[in-house]
Design a protein around this ligand. Sequence first.
Ligand code: AMP
Ligand code: GLY
Length: 421
Amino acid sequence: MNILVVGSGGREHAICHAVARSSRADKIYCAPGNAGIAELAECVPIGAMEFDKLVDFAKDKAIDFAIIGMDDPLVGGIVDRFEAAGIKTFGPRENAAILEGSKAFSKELMKKYGIPTAAYETFTDPEKALSYLKTAKLPIVLKADGLALGKGVLICNTLEEAEDGVRTIMQEKKFGDAGNTLVIEEFMTGREVSVLSFTDGKTIQLMSSAQDHKRAFDGDEGPNTGGMGTFSPSPFYTEEIDQRCKEEIFQKTVDAMAAEGRPFVGVIFFGLMLTEDGPKVLEYNCRFGDPEAQVVLPRMKNDILDVMEACVDGRLSELKLDFEDNAAVCVVLASKGYPVSYDKGFAISGLEKFDNRQYFCFHAGTAKDENGQTVTSGGRVLGVTAKGASLAEARRNAYAATEWVDFENKFMRTDIGKEFV
Ligand code: AMP
Ligand code: GLY
């Protein structure tokens, strides 16, 4: 099969790795890809939002199967465009990707179908939002409705902060049109866990659980980032919690989308909070997590193309997902200053040491310079991932491997999975 993967981050590198392991993959293309992906796939300089060019390219290269990694093109309807051109594509159509694309939609869906989540109100008028805040309990959570690069969520401890937040999102439009509608939500406490799943619109199958670390600095301090590291599985996601989620959340979500005439085909990422009252949905994403994919996919035993094709063909019930009985830890190597401001273009050394069996170095923000040298080109640069028999071993392996790689301004958290020393 000729495969096209759309995206350019560590998640897409992990997807390309899994595809490259499939005996069914002949030629792999990635648009636009990065320097690491270029080792496995032919990278083509077409942006993920350039739908016309992507469709033309896919037709020209006789692509048999396209895989969309990123949220923006999915929410923008790339799958509908590929399908209209007769290209089999893994990912939700536009009318289903709204599950991530609009928080107001997903909250409404959960309310209508009785799926546990934080209590909330939705506003399109900033004055009404401001007057609602006067009676609301603190802390309180503000969420821009639309996609905002994972930055559209504000947790406010005081009324002043919350009022400022309403102004920033709804009036100053810090996140653009994503802030036309605002969700104001009850603050929940508990452990967070990410559960990724495959679904064909009827059947849902769960992948191994994971936990992300979103803050920039150790001890969950500092600004929110795209994710500074992950581990999988999450020992906090117990059998008992899994059972509850199966009864109250997972299948219910798939059935709700089908009942709304929006059958969801692809990956649903459940961002869960394990509260005292049981698991509740923090958010849905319509694609693999980044960097969750980097710790989940290397542990998956199935041929990823078999699973993805079964989703698109509506026969996921015929398959069983199988994961290795081990653990993985991913430590993100970022550029100092990320996520605020940072320099790029520094040479990266040590990349040849990874065996791609137990140790992986997934590229997030890298490029080749004019001499063919791999250099930093983003805030998150690499996701150094290692497996181990236990989380403690995986953690030791991953941190040992972070020493193999070097570049100027290299920065990482030192406490990913610190519970498992
Ligand atoms: P989201 O993009 O919705 O996942 O939100 C980003 C992060 O904000 C989550 O991973 C949580 O850490 C936090 N968060 C979101 N909603 C809530 C909530 N209702 N209560 C507490 N924390 C939240
Ligand atoms: N790691 C969180 C996300 O991919 O949105």
